[in-house]
Ligand binder design. Structure first.
Ligand SMILES: [Zn+2]
Length: 295
């Protein structure tokens, strides 16, 4: 049987690349076949997709914290779905699945981004492998807390990663974005297969990555109404440096809010449509160089 890999699409119902790729792979499963791997697919939130929405009641990709999975009182659609998925391909903390690859789109111009939730030697070698074969790939590390504590779906596997590709508007398909997602996913499978067989090729000694630090929200008045929008200089410039003193927000009264930091940081998820309800403007990361352990 080999190492068990589950590729998840449609965790967010209006992110169409992963859902389309699942259809293609279900019709031609040989595209996923790799020596040493047993690969299957999972359509995480078909009801949200049918409704052409990100989710019906709550964001499915935030429901996989241990406390939420363990609370029987939480029974709305996505909360129930999370418990079912946890039984199907987890359970989290004692998983039957060696690797979960969760496919997402963003409306932000993040390009093909590989999101890691851990920095084990395996994760860093994967990043180096993908980046060396797909130079346009961006590596984003979200290790602000241990993987077990994130609410992300991919954390139900022994290992988990997210493939986040944009810009793509909600509920549409873009050819270039689909191709990038397919390429990155295929490289992750290639790496996993080679690693399982002990046949990893020589990798670069280091890999450039971004480490998530925090999320910046739009400034708001006391009623919770935004007072500003994201400044035009940031628009479409995900992962370009934001330097201290650079414009960050354009207030509706005509004034500008500037970035006050002591070093350049790297905005991403800039003006992400899905985060409008939370008034998140963008996330900030620092640039890091990850040393790649020898295989
Ligand atoms: Zn998503």
């Amino acid at each position: 049987m080999g190492s068990k890999v589950v590729i998840v699409g449609g965790t967010h119902g209006n992110e169409l690349s992963g859902i389309q790729l699942l259809k293609q792979w279900q019709a031609a499963p040989e595209a996923l076949a790799r020596p040493g791997l047993s690969v299957s697919t999972l359509f995480a939130n078909p009801s949200a997709h049918q409704a052409n929405r990100r989710y019906l009641e709550v964001d499915l990709n935030r429901q996989f914290e241990p406390a939420l999975l363990g609370d029987p009182a939480l029974g709305n659609y996505e909360q129930s779905r999370a418990k079912v998925i946890n039984q199907q391909i987890g359970p989290k903390g004692d998983s039957q699945t060696d690797l979960v690859i969760d496919l997402h789109n963003t409306t932000s111009n993040m390009g093909p981004t590989l999101i890691l939730v851990d920095t084990t030697p395996w994760d860093i070698q994967l990043a180096a492998f993908v980046k060396s074969r797909m130079p346009e790939a961006v590596i984003l590390v979200e290790d602000a807390k241990p993987p077990q504590q994130w609410g992300y779906l991919c954390t139900v596997g022994k290992r988990g990663v997210m493939v986040e590709v944009g810009p793509q508007s909600q509920s549409v398909l873009r050819h270039d974005i689909l191709e990038q997602m397919e390429t990155m996913t295929s490289l992750i499978l290639d790496f996993t297969s080679l690693e399982v067989q002990g046949e990893l090729p020589e990798l670069p000694t280091s890999v450039l990555a971004y480490r998530f630090l925090d999320t910046r929200y739009l400034p708001m008045d006391e009623q919770g109404t935004p007072l500003a929008m994201v400044h035009k200089n940031l628009e479409q410039n995900d992962f370009a440096p934001l330097n201290p003193g650079d414009p960050m927000f354009q207030y509706f009264d005509g004034t500008v809010g500037y970035f006050e930091g002591d070093r350049p940081l790297y905005p991403h998820f800039i003006n992400e449509a899905a985060y409008y309800d939370s008034h998140a403007a963008f996330s900030l990361a620092e640039e890091v160089t990850l040393d790649v352990p020898t295989a």
